[in-house]
Design a protein around this ligand. Structure first.
Ligand code: PEP
Ligand code: MN
Length: 629
């Protein structure tokens, strides 16, 4: 085992400065893994010793297990940190590492599962395995860390087991008997990377950790929806989400909580934008939500903008508006100024068609989206359209972007076919900088060597952009593929990738459409997609329309129940192999609680649902009344 002092000496001999990353425990423990990801691991026996070594400059970093997926706050580590902070320690949180907790139950060779009477591990780890301890009927014995528990069990022998990593078990000469024994899988512990104020460079986005010194502050923070990680008593810490930072500041003022301290970046700390030079588009902010009447996109709200490529006549757009609204679209699109490759192709009906489009949208209660191609169009179009679209060809037309961004309307910015993600975000920066409060991005296919599709839908780029901006990102599978038979597949892929919405071209007579007919979905195809995505049918649907939506939900429920029953068969096999009873009423209560927690289901329905699901499960597990309880 390396002591901090040895580490210190070797450092002075090293040319390159090595980060000494301390942890509580010994080699082979999960803390050691967390430390190895940040620098050279240095073992310390207790959390107090770890924090003291950091304060004394014997470490550049200290890794502290703060929050675990199963047990929540790790009080054993948070309490000493709280004491150190309250005593004025110069400590900041510079980042976080997530360590997977794959725990095994291991015992000396020759000891069977059924014989184990004592389980050794670290207290927080023992709390993660309540289910296992209950099933074994074994008593818990506390150790300093998981690797130490394994070593102790190997030394003592007898009817003992240790819960630790598989590597620590094998290192101690134990035999793993059960894998993945924590109550929730996959389990992960979040370790905070602690440093001194003038210590290591922080991560790009360290957690906003706040010290909560008093009960009163804890209560006010909880009221604002902020989770307090209690470290025993009523003091603790919280990790404040970006959108609640100001609420937290307010709570500190209200509670006049003197010892409250930000260990993560303080609220006024300007977060570096994720792309240099693009602070408005790539600054770290909560997801933007764009709202236009009933239309919402971003921050979990998902949209489907649908309609024809171009507005052909007043009658056509009225008819298609009714069709897409009925199908479940949340906005109506239609081009009135068309960017056509050939100057001889139909160029759009212009402002006359915009009036038809707006009237058609109003008649079905949908906002309308239409493209502006030139600076002179911005004013007149913004006078009537709800959302301005900047087309792919104009993605980098900066004068147009400046004007459209200042027009007082939300803007949908298509990515150009030769525009990189950073250039696309830079175009969004122009809109934001011009004052546009509501920018939406739309990936519509880029130009590649592939000729079988009109463009190549760059989902990778769209997902990458999602990690760089707070703005909603939609996908346009119609222009990306140019072929209607490919549109549903691409739409599902984009939806499944978690993008915020879709822009889809729809026509009820695609063969005679004036523009982009081959890529237009029929309204009924759009309806099928909307049902699949669980979008509610439009404002005034017919009984038949709502019934198609219900049929789609029933098909999905059927598939999910089949999947659940298959898993029940599998768990029954695993239970038989492990010699544990098929029925576990505590588990059944947790299953019921999950249904009770589902928003939108009343309590009586949730209970009936849970009862029948559990009963079906027990039947396929082959439960016949034995081993209840
Ligand atoms: C359109 O949406 O009709 C259009 C012309 O799209 P893009 O600019 O993506 O080609
Ligand atoms: Mn089109």
């Amino acid at each position: 085992m390396t002591t901090p002092i040895e580490a210190n000496e070797s450092d002075t001999r090293c040319e390159r400065r090595v980060v000494r990353a301390g942890y509580q425990g010994r080699e082979g423990s999960f803390g050691a893994r967390a430390a190895a990801r940040c620098g050279r691991p240095v073992a310390l026996p207790t959390f107090e010793a770890l924090l003291a070594a950091l304060a004394a400059g014997a470490l550049e970093e200290a890794l502290l297990p703060a929050v675990d997926r199963v047990i929540g706050p790790v009080a054993e580590a948070l309490a000493p940190l709280g004491a150190a902070v309250d005593a004025g320690a110069d400590v900041v949180v510079v980042g976080e590492v997530e360590v997977p907790m794959r725990l095994v139950l291991a015992a000396p060779r020759g000891v069977d599962l059924g014989e184990i009477a004592e389980v050794h591990s670290q207290p927080p780890v023992l709390r993660q395995c309540g289910g296992l301890l209950g099933r074994l009927g074994a008593s818990a014995v506390e150790a300093g860390d998981t690797a130490q528990a394994a070593a102790a069990v190997a030394r003592l022998g007898g009817r003992r087991g240790a819960v630790c990593s598989e590597e620590a078990a094998l290192e101690a000469g134990l035999v793993p008997l059960l894998e993945d024994v924590s109550d929730v899988r996959p389990n992960v512990t979040r370790f905070w990377r602690l440093s001194r104020k003038e210590g290591v460079e922080p991560d790009a986005r360290p957690p906003r950790v706040l010290r909560v010194p008093t009960e009163r502050l804890a209560a006010i923070l909880r009221q604002s929806g902020i989770e307090v990680l209690s470290s025993g008593g009523e003091s603790g810490f919280c990790v404040v989400p970006e959108d609640l930072v100001h609420a937290a500041e307010g709570a500190i003022r209200e509670a006049k909580a003197k010892g409250a301290r930000w260990l993560g970046p303080p609220p006024d700390a300007e977060r570096r934008p994720r792309v240099e030079g693009l602070p408005k588009a790539t600054g770290v902010r909560p997801p933007a939500v764009v709202t236009v009447g009933g239309f919402r996109v971003g921050g979990g709200a998902r949209a489907v903008i649908a309609g024809p490529c171009t507005v052909e006549s007043e009658e056509q757009i009225g008819r298609l508006a009714r069709a897409v609204a009925r199908a479940g679209a949340t906005a109506l699109r239609g081009g009135v100024f068309k960017p056509r490759t050939s100057p001889y192709a139909f160029q759009g009906h212009g402002l006359a068609a915009l009036k038809w489009l707006k009237a058609a949208g109003d008649a079905v209660g949908l906002p309308v989206v239409t493209e502006v191609m030139s600076e002179s169009q911005v004013g007149p179009v913004a006078g009537l359209a709800d959302v301005l679209q900047i087309g792919a060809r104009n993605c980098q037309n900066y004068d147009l972007l400046k004007l459209a961004g200042g027009a007082g309307r939300p803007v949908l910015l298509k990515r150009g076919f030769g525009t990189t993600v950073d250039e696309w975000l830079a175009a969004a920066e122009y809109l934001l900088d011009a004052g546009c409060a509501d920018v939406m991005l739309c990936e519509r296919g880029i130009r590649t060597f592939e000729k079988s599709t009109r463009g190549t839908l760059d989902l990778g780029g769209a997902i990458a952009a999602r990690g760089l901006t707070h703005l909603p990102i939609l996908a346009d599978p119609s222009h990306a593929s140019g072929r209607k038979e490919l549109v549903p597949g691409l739409a599902r892929a984009a939806w499944g990738a978690g993008l915020d919405g879709l822009l889809v071209e729809v026509h009820d007579a695609p063969e005679s459409a004036w523009c982009d007919g081959p890529q237009a979905l029929l309204p009924e195809d759009l309806e099928t997609l909307c049902d699949e995505f669980g979008l509610l049918p439009g404002a005034t649907p017919s009984i038949e329309r709502v019934r198609t939506a219900i049929d789609a939900v029933d098909r999905e429920i059927g598939r999910l129940v089949a999947r659940r029953l298959e898993l029940c068969r599998r768990v029954a096999e695993a239970k038989r192999a492990a010699g544990v009873p098929l029925r576990d009423t505590a588990r059944e209560e947790r299953v019921t609680a999950r249904y009770l927690d589902t928003p939108g289901i009343d309590e009586a329905s949730a209970r009936r649902l849970a009862e029948s699901i559990i009963a079906m499960g027990l039947t396929v597990e082959g439960w016949s009344g034995e081993g209840a309880g």
